[in-house]
Design a protein around this ligand. Sequence first.
Ligand code: AMP
Length: 480
Amino acid sequence: MSFSALGLDSKILQAVKEAGYTEPTPIQVAAIPPILAGHDLIGIAQTGTGKTAAFTLPMLTKLATVVGDGRQRGTLALVLAPTRELVFQIEENVKAYGKHLPLRVATVFGGVGEHPQINALRAGTHLIIACPGRLMDLMQRRYADFSHLQYLVLDEADRMLDMGFLPSIRQIVRSVPQKRQTLLFSATLSKEIETLTHEFQHQPKLVQIGRRSNPAETVTQLVYEVPKSLKTALLVHLLKEPAMDMVLVFTRMKHAADRLARQLEQNGVKTATLHSNRSQNQRLKALKDFKSGVVSVLVATDIAARGIDVDGISHVVNYDFPMHSEDYVHRIGRTGRAHAVGDAISFVTPEDHGELRALERFIGRGIVRKRAEGFNYAQVVPHVVEDRPRHQQQGRGQQSRPQRGQSGGQPRPQHSSSQSRSPQSRPPQGGRPQYGGSGGRPQPGGGRPQEPVSGNREGGNERHFPSARPQGHVRRFGPR
Ligand code: AMP
């Protein structure tokens, strides 16, 4: 099946070609024709399957016929997403696929100054990509007018429910026209999601890619059983494998992410962190450094990693075993994205065995157990190093990381099915465009909480994001 057989607008097809896509992914083949035919749609697909393009391409095709005539119609399409990272990524997708359209797009999310977003909402934007909390806030103050809205997308709806956004979503949906096309995407089809679709959609078509909760097929999954005290040592050991050149590591808590990053740095591993205590600029820098190969390891928490779209991640390591099986599916979906191949490694301590069994039931298969070759499972690790402040740790425990291609004196584990790549061989990443000005500003402590407001297992909300970048500006892509 080719893209041209799907009925997309010629300007969109041109952009898809320029993005380098040769053929549509299964979710795109299944979802694009019914969306173009005007149906409501429930898309059950894991992250990394190309689901963003599955709703963006047909929506832009429909918008293509109306945005070019210069008439002001107000906002025609609204995409709701759980995190600002996902909002950025959807925006990047829209920007790439809509580059030949005179499309006006704005983003709206919390934790940054609201004035650029208010201006964008007033300016008559065709398409808005928003987190529900901030959008609800601006709508209540009558800054948004959705009276002409035709398309509503709820992306990662399961996660929006987890994060407590249902009341905001309900209010937003009540304020948009009843006659509209509604697309809902979720990694899993839970009872709650089914209830949501009954409430918001009209005779939706269901498109389901793969089995429910089935992790991406291309990912090789392995479990390493390890005592808790040896997890960091085991990670350092595994990272000596040259194929582990772009590794996303998950911890449950943000302080654990910081501590692990410090320990890895002490062992000569260039590491960045991504969690909700980091500012917007720190997060963007961490992602940029990871994408460009400045660091080879990114340590992240579940919430912060939501929506990360980085090509070429070689491995995902569950340093802390995920508390919820759904999180496992989301985490390992970060590797093996689209058609690439990647490995997912999970550290399992004796305390995690119950959760491992639950996960294996959830994904409907057992996960291969592996022992790291050349790793000293009998070693005793002093406990004290872990919780000391960084400056006190200088000069201790230093052990330089072997150069790529060297064995480091220990035999390498033979777990990887990924090809070894140097940082230079990473796929080119344009990164986020640079924006001038300084529209963003930190929110004062008071005021209404923005997203997320609850259900955040990191133990804090995601509000503290001073940003040097003006947020929510209307950007015009393509010809005017
Ligand atoms: P998503 O599931 O939307 O997060 O997409 C995952 C990745 O797949 C993104 O990096 C997209 O750019 C990429 N992608 C989407 N559609 C295609 C396609 N048809 N061919 C190759 N890559 C794609």
